[in-house]
Design a protein around this ligand. Structure first.
Ligand SMILES: [Zn+2]
Length: 154
């Protein structure tokens, strides 16, 4: 797995520091499978929502390419109440052409996610890996599949 550098420059001085990585949260971009977007596009979308910059630490494109977002030493902006204790990974996709939640990630994306999680777990062995929707009080489908059940499958 190759991890590509963050494609945009980030206002690092404005970002809070990560306290301790207790969770690794998996998200989706809630875009259609035909939307070939990546970290630069998500950075633009998040800045439009008044975030300092991209809120995730990693983005996995439809091709399976992994792009860096925020550095791991910085808090993210992806799960309310958990941003200083959770790394955020975003899979591009997750809705169908009607705009409904759909597990439509490519095999290359799921392969890359498994490899990225394995690598992160070597550095954060205590971290709990789960989907955005598995955090308390989250009324979203994100990332549109059961991450913990998927992790149990070979
Ligand atoms: Zn999410």
């Amino acid at each position: 797995m190759t991890i590509l550098p963050c494609p945009v420059s980030l206002p690092l001085m404005r970002l809070a520091l990560m306290e301790r990585v207790q969770y690794i949260a998996v998200h989706c971009s809630a875009t259609r499978p035909t939307a070939n977007i990546g970290a630069a596009d998500i950075d633009t979308m998040h800045r439009a929502r008044k975030f300092a910059c991209i809120g995730y630490h990693y983005v996995i494109r439809r091709s399976g390419a992994v792009e860096k977002g925020r550095p791991e030493r910085n808090a993210g902006a992806h799960v309310e109440g958990y941003n200083s204790k959770a790394l955020g990974i975003c899979l591009v996709g997750g809705i169908d052409c009607q705009g409904k939640a759909q597990n439509n990630f490519t095999p290359a994306q799921l392969d890359a996610l498994r490899q990225l999680l394995a690598e992160l777990k070597t550095r954060y062995p205590q971290a709990i890996v789960q989907g955005h929707r598995d955090f308390p009080n989250v009324a979203k489908d994100c990332p549109c599949f059961d991450v913990r059940a998927w992790l149990q499958t070979p």
